[in-house]
Each structure stands twice: as structure tokens, then as C-alpha cells.
Design a protein around this ligand. Structure first.
Ligand SMILES: [Cu+2]
Length: 136
């Protein structure tokens, strides 16, 4: 092949570059929101939140006492799937809806809800404080 280097290249790339058209709708990446729940001397605020699956919920203790949010039902905490107070202190602790200790004033803790449902919870150190996370 002898070709002048000045001649314009008319070569067509053997592998046509297809424009990136995303035909897939992102399903699990839609939810990037974060919800904050304040723990006050009067309980959880807001008491009930509605979120989409995959949302991160953070509890911040703004009360004067330690607070231990955990899945219903007191005292076993087994309502949220795979949860249970007996898993506190084990490697599975990271996956359960249970702080597994009292949060002191100013401390926070978060949990990502990947299970759809209506999840009740309470303050293990003050079980009259209750709340609900509705995951859709
Ligand atoms: Cu409890």
C-alpha cells in the first residue's frame, strides 16, 4: 500500500463506535437521598418516615440521655429481617437494624434500608420512644 501521507484518510473504522445510549433505566441507583431522624427528649422526630428502598437513615441523638434505636420488638429486636439483639457484638452486627449500644448526646448512627415494608423500632433504653420507617 503506497499512499501519500497528505491524502485524506477515508478509512472507516472497522469497529463502528456506537454512541452510548442508555436503554436501561437505573433502578437501584435512583435513591440517593438521606433521611435524618433526631432523637429528642420527647422521642424520635419525625416519628414516621417514608423512604424508598436503599435510602440511608441517620439517627442523631440530640437528647440528654443515651439512646439505642433498634428494630421492634423489644427486647429481641427480630422484626426487621435478619435482625436480632443476639447478633450484637458479632460480625453480623453491621447488617442488623440495631445500634447495639447507647448513642451518647451528639452521636449518630445510620442504617440503609434494603427491605420493603413497615418497620417499627424503639429506643431500647427507653422503649416508650417508638418510630416507624416505611420502605417502599
Ligand atoms: Cu429493645
Amino acid at each position: 500500500m503506497s499512499r501519500s501521507p497528505a491524502s485524506p484518510s477515508l478509512e472507516i473504522p472497522s469497529t463502528p463506535t456506537t454512541p452510548t445510549i442508555s436503554t436501561e433505566t437505573p433502578s437501584s441507583k435512583v435513591t440517593t437521598s438521606e433521611v435524618i431522624i433526631r432523637i429528642t427528649n420527647n422521642g424520635f422526630e419525625p416519628k414516621e418516615v417514608e423512604i424508598t428502598k436503599g435510602t440511608k437513615v441517620t439517627w442523631v441523638n440530640e437528647s440528654s440521655k443515651p439512646s439505642w434505636p433498634a428494630s421492634a420488638v423489644h427486647p429481641t429486636h427480630r422484626v426487621y429481617p435478619s435482625s436480632g439483639i443476639e447478633k450484637c457484638g458479632t460480625p453480623e452486627q453491621a447488617k442488623i437494624f440495631d445500634v447495639c449500644r447507647g448513642l451518647n448526646k451528639g452521636e449518630s448512627w445510620f442504617f440503609v434500608f434494603n427491605e420493603v415494608g413497615e418497620w417499627y423500632y424503639h429506643d431500647h433504653l427507653n422503649p416508650s420512644f417508638t418510630g416507624e420507617i416505611v420502605v417502599k
